[in-house]
Design a protein around this ligand. Sequence first.
Ligand SMILES: N[C@@H](CCC(=O)N[C@@H](CS)C(=O)NCC(=O)O)C(=O)O
Length: 209
Amino acid sequence: MAIKLYYAPGACSLASHIAIEEVGVPYETQKLNLMEGDQRKPEYLRLNPRGRVPTLVVDDHVLTENVGILSYFGGGYPAAGLWPKKTWDQAKLMSTLAWLSNTVHPAYGHMVRPARYVDGDAAQEAVKAKGRENVWGYLEEIDKLLAGHKWAIANQYTVADPYLLVFYRWGNRAKMPVQSLKNYTALAQRVMARPAVKKVMADEGITLD
Ligand SMILES: N[C@@H](CCC(=O)N[C@@H](CS)C(=O)NCC(=O)O)C(=O)O
């Protein structure tokens, strides 16, 4: 089986990249430079017409969206232990992945890509400010949800945890006081301590800040 991940360093694709590394299958990667517009080049758009990362290619099959890729590696490789066994916990995991993808990630989009949502400088500034406020609210919410838990779901490391790392890191890079979020910071440190995560961060050439 030939597995290839298209990613951009430090982008949301980091979660999918970590998940593949964690399951231990052979894979190759292709790095895209989003600033230079690699995601809009015709050869990439043929693969993923949305022009976003991540994109996963397994033999001749293309899979997009972090939620899909995380589910594929989590659910498809049970021996790796990244996916809970009980139906309820699986549902909780899907619920968390969906919320991260459909609510938390877009709030960052408002913050850094306001032009995607509205025209005009003043309106874009307003969207940016609201996005920042919303992002911080979500990071605080995550911190509360993690209280008393070692990992996000069912007391086991799952594909939700590297996805949470992405948003912690982005908050840190946006100079939000993420260190004040004690539970979230402890989770991020636990995730960062994993050998697979260290390897992927090194391969992507990124750190937590
Ligand atoms: N819902 C998608 C979002 C993908 C996405 O927005 N990726 C960003 C990087 S974090 C991207 O490719 N941005 C490039 C662009 O907007 O041009 C997912 O979770 O996979």
